[in-house]
Structures are given as structure tokens and as C-alpha cells.
Design a protein around this ligand. Structure first.
Ligand code: NAD
Length: 236
């Protein structure tokens, strides 16, 4: 990874929540390679965040780690204070942090339900609200971006596909879908651009326990119709 790209994000500051592993780490490296200065947020894994930051800075990019639990309002406020102090403002939020705490529906405890909703949904609300407040406070910067600011919500195919055994997770992602659409409707007049990404299954630490056994892995793969699609695709 080297900062030899088109530098499409030059002079932009990007916060990637959960940037210490999996998809978030990939996004952090890709945005840094496009010239953005990135804040690699993490909850507990300081070593992993430091490794992502090192990979970016070794390649000539700019990155700093920041610990904050996105489900805690005080942590989120402190993270945005840090960003303003260190970088002046923010142009991009990638709302990526997420967890799975799986249980059969009848066995799911209130704590398991609440933890996933708190991190996956409330965490995205808190970070998006602070980002939007910062975009509005700072005002337009036409030389940097046509948008006042950009928010990307990491959702999942499970925003629309039910997922038995994971009702807390699927509910949080269904919530993110309408959070994203409602924010987009409300904030578009201010030129704040809001999108989400809804990936299918990707092997990362989040789904290790959902693919523990060959049976669980087979179950997970039934949600990916790629093999059948591939056969019906024309050659090119
Ligand atoms: P991952 O476990 O590698 O990454 C999750 C990240 O979230 C980690 O960096 C972790 O530190 C962070 N995190 C967890 N709790 C946090 C908290 N309270 N505060 C701040 N950060 C916290 O998993 P991943 O697959 O890279 O997941 C990233 C996002 O992608 C999640 O929102 C997940 O739901 C979504 N997603 C993943 C898949 C997949 O198959 N891997 C599919 C669809 C969507």
C-alpha cells in the first residue's frame, strides 16, 4: 500500500470507527492511500490499531489511533474534541464499528440484545450526529470537497435479509438502513452526503464464531448466491 494513487482525498480528514481490524482497517488503508489523514478508532485493541497506523505511516500516509467506545456518548464527544484539536475539522466519517453477540432468540438475554443495539445502532447515531454538527459548524470548503461532509454507514445484507439466530444484529442493521435514509433526507439540503454499504459475509474477526464448525460455515455460505450467479453469467 503506497500513497501513489490519484490522491482523491487529499487534504481530507477521515474518521474510521473500528478501523483497527477487518473491513475498517481496509477502509483506513485505502483512504490513506488516496491522501486522507485518517483517525483509526478502536474499542480495546490498541496493538491492532497501532499496527494499522504503522502500515499507513510506513507507506507515507497520515494516521493516528484513538480509543473510544462508540456506544458511550462521552467517549464520542471526546473523540470529536480530539479531532478538532489535532486536525481542525473532519470531512469524512466511516461509521464502521460493529459487533455480533449471537444467541438463539429464546435464549437471548437483555444484555446480549442491548449490547449489539448500543454499539451497532446507537454508536452510529452518536458518531453521525457529532460529524454532522462538526460539518455544519465548520461550513463549506469548496477547495476541498463539493460536499459539506460525508458519512458512510457500514450496514449489512442483513438490513433486509432476516438472520435467524442473530436477531439483535439483524435488527441493528435494519435500523441503520432507516437511520441512513432519514439522515440523508434531513441533511441533503446542507450538502451533507450520506450513504451506506451493505456487505455480504466477509471472513473477519466479527463472524469467527458464526463459522466455527463446517455446518455453521455451510449455513453462512447459503447466504452467498455467488456460485449459482457465476454459472449464469455470460463470458467476458
Ligand atoms: P471486525 O470485528 O474485524 O471489526 C469490528 C471493529 O469494530 C473492530 O475494529 C472493533 O474494535 C470495533 N468495535 C467493536 N466494538 C466497538 C465499540 N464499542 N466502539 C468502537 N469500536 C468498536 O469485523 P468487520 O467484519 O470488519 O466489521 C466491520 C463492520 O462491517 C461491522 O459494522 C459489521 O457489522 C459490518 N459487516 C461485516 C460483514 C462481514 O461478513 N464481516 C458483513 C456485513 C457487514
Amino acid at each position: 500500500m503506497a500513497a501513489t494513487s490519484a490522491n482523491r482525498l487529499q487534504n481530507q480528514i477521515a474518521l474510521i470507527t473500528g478501523g483497527s481490524s477487518g473491513i475498517g482497517a481496509g477502509v483506513a488503508k485505502a483512504m490513506a492511500a488516496e491522501g486522507a489523514s485518517v483517525i483509526v478508532n478502536y474499542a480495546h485493541s490498541a496493538d491492532e490499531a497501532a499496527a494499522v497506523v504503522k502500515e499507513i505511516t510506513d507507506a507515507g500516509g497520515q494516521a493516528v489511533p484513538f480509543q473510544a467506545d462508540v456506544s458511550k456518548e462521552d467517549d464520542v464527544l471526546a473523540m470529536f474534541d480530539f479531532i478538532r484539536e489535532k486536525f481542525g475539522t473532519l470531512q469524512i466519517l466511516v461509521n464502521n464499528s460493529g459487533i455480533q453477540v449471537d444467541a438463539k432468540f429464546v435464549d437471548m438475554t437483555l444484555a446480549q440484545w442491548q449490547k449489539v443495539i448500543d454499539v451497532n445502532l446507537t454508536g452510529q447515531f452518536l458518531c453521525a450526529r457529532e460529524a454532522a454538527r462538526e460539518f455544519l459548524r465548520r461550513g463549506p470548503q469548496q477547495d476541498i470537497s463539493a460536499a459539506l461532509g460525508k458519512i458512510i454507514c457500514m450496514s449489512s445484507v442483513h438490513e433486509v435479509i432476516p438472520w435467524a439466530g442473530h436477531v439483535n444484529y439483524a435488527t441493528s442493521k435494519g435500523g441503520i438502513m432507516l437511520l441512513m435514509k432519514s439522515m440523508a433526507q434531513e441533511l441533503a439540503p446542507h450538502k451533507i452526503r450520506i450513504n451506506s454499504i451493505a456487505p455480504g459475509a466477509i471472513a473477519t474477526p466479527i463472524n469467527l464464531t458464526a463459522r466455527d464448525t463446517p455446518e455453521e460455515e455451510k449455513d453462512l455460505l447459503t447466504l452467498i448466491p455467488y456460485g449459482e450467479v457465476e454459472e449464469s453469467l455470460p463470458q467476458c
